[in-house]
Design a protein around this ligand. Structure first.
Ligand code: NAD
Ligand code: MG
Ligand code: MG
Length: 336
């Protein structure tokens, strides 16, 4: 494993953030975690939110000063954009850009907007990325417990000559340097992130679960058994892989399961699936996917809404709702 591009707290100089104000735009999953961790690290923070945002009261309760997006962008010496990726271009043009001055640092937690040209930062401004490899609640909880979630960092534009040090200081102040801060580029972070979510984590996994469930149900098996075998137990296997890798997972399952895994898995994910993965990666690299997603939002998001509605009506959802309600250890708040 390469280690010359990995940084820790000892490599970071938090005084680079001294006397500066960080504006956190958005107070969702990442926004609340970054704002609170920075504040606890002694950094000056303001939060930028829409007029009437339901998060406003929450941020104020947490002791943070809340401004509207344009005012926060103007106030911040460092402006971290933690808004939904598909809206960043428009909000940048309408509310953020006017407040960005030479010498400021604009930060992102994902490469999408910069890499696909939705945001074009002016000359004289530093542009960087700090992307925690975990959801916001984990970034916050780990920090509170004295740990941190590993972060990716990148510098896209270094006008000040000091961008690397300031970006690293930010990553350290949200707890990343307690684990590891790995340097990459906007391009690599963005393309690998989209590929992972499309072909493995979200797209690949949910289609595989759905197909397995439907195969059993169409063959006449009880949908409840199909749900347990094809969806519920995914967590067990995912937890084992997360903790010990693929071979560690295989060590923990039965010999029968391991033999079936190694002799059958390649038939499910065969040459056709690998070819599809290559195609999906090429669409990401060429910008075709980004254009499609930006156009979908620009035209009102109708087909996205329709796909959501169709997926909601599937049998696996109603069977799952009923079964999950019988398992009190599963958080029920989403079902209620
Ligand atoms: P989120 O949806 O949880 O939060 C978005 C925030 O933006 C909310 O506070 C919302 O109210 C606000 N918002 C929406 N529209 C707005 C508007 N027009 N004006 C002002 N505020 C508006 O998003 P998130 O998951 O925190 O993602 C933020 C960024 O972090 C994205 O770039 C994402 O790719 C990145 N990221 C997310 C994760 C994750 O696990 N959630 C991990 C790493 C990086
Ligand atoms: Mg992603
Ligand atoms: Mg089994």
């Amino acid at each position: 494993m390469r280690t010359d591009d990995i940084y820790y707290d000892k490599d970071a100089d938090l005084s680079k953030l001294g006397g500066k104000t960080v504006a956190i735009l958005g107070y969702g999953s990442q926004g609340h975690a970054h704002a609170l961790n920075l504040k606890d690290s002694g950094v000056g923070v303001v939060v930028g939110l829409r007029e009437g945002s339901p998060s406003r009261a929450k941020a104020e309760e947490h002791g943070l000063e809340v401004l509207d997006v344009a005012a926060a962008a103007k106030r911040g010496d460092i402006v971290m954009v933690l808004l939904p990726d598909e809206r960043q271009g428009q909000i940048w043009r309408e509310e953020i850009a006017a407040g960005i001055e030479p010498g400021n640092l604009v930060l992102f937690a994902h490469g999408f907007a910069i890499h696909f040209g939705e945001v074009e930062a002016p000359e004289g401004v530093d542009v960087g990325m700090v992307a925690p490899k975990g959801p916001g609640h984990l970034v916050r909880r780990q920090y509170e417990e004295g740990n941190g979630v590993p972060c990716l960092m990148a510098v896209h534009q270094d006008a000040s000559g000091d961008a690397h040090a300031v970006v690293l200081a930010y990553a350290s102040a949200i707890g990343g340097g307690r684990a590891a801060v790995i340097e990459t580029t906007f391009k690599d972070e963005c393309e690998t992130d989209l590929f992972g979510e499309q072909s493995v984590l979200c797209g690949g996994l949910s289609e595989m679960v759905q197909a397995g469930f439907e195969t059993l149900v169409e063959a006449g098996y009880d949908p409840r058994l199909a749900y347990f075998e094809c969806l519920h137990e995914v967590k067990l296997i995912a937890d084992l892989m997360y903790e010990k890798g693929i071979q560690g997972m295989r060590y923990s399952i039965s010999n029968t399961a391991e033999y079936g895994d190694m002799t059958r898995g390649k038939r499910v994910i065969g040459p056709e699936s690998r070819a599809a993965m290559k195609e999906i990666l090429a669409e990401i690299q060429s910008g075709q996917f980004a254009k499609e997603w930006i156009d979908e939002n620009a035209s009102g998001g109708e087909s996205f809404a329709k796909m959501r509605e169709e997926a909601q009506g599937k049998e696996i959802e109603s069977v799952g709702r009923d079964l999950r309600s019988m398992m009190p250890w599963i958080d029920q708040s989403f079902n209620e």
